[in-house]
Design a protein. Sequence first.
Length: 87
Amino acid sequence: MSSIGINTGAIVKDAKTYAIDLTERVAATFVVATGGVLVTATAGNVGHLSFWESAAAGGVAAAGSLVKGILARAFGSKDSASLAKGV
């Protein structure tokens, strides 16, 4: 295989980087979306949000993602919205 110039080390590294980035994004989305619902809903109506409460939950989640991205630039790689180093 190496005679055709395939660098399997780079492929494995890219797959690992992708897996780390994807895992972080899924976890962060869960945290900020759950936080958005908990901030905008009262204990009695979590399953029965109004349209505006649902929109507010989405807004809180989006704001949380923005803050996470800003923090990632400050503490992670300058060219990535990931907190993981090297992503």
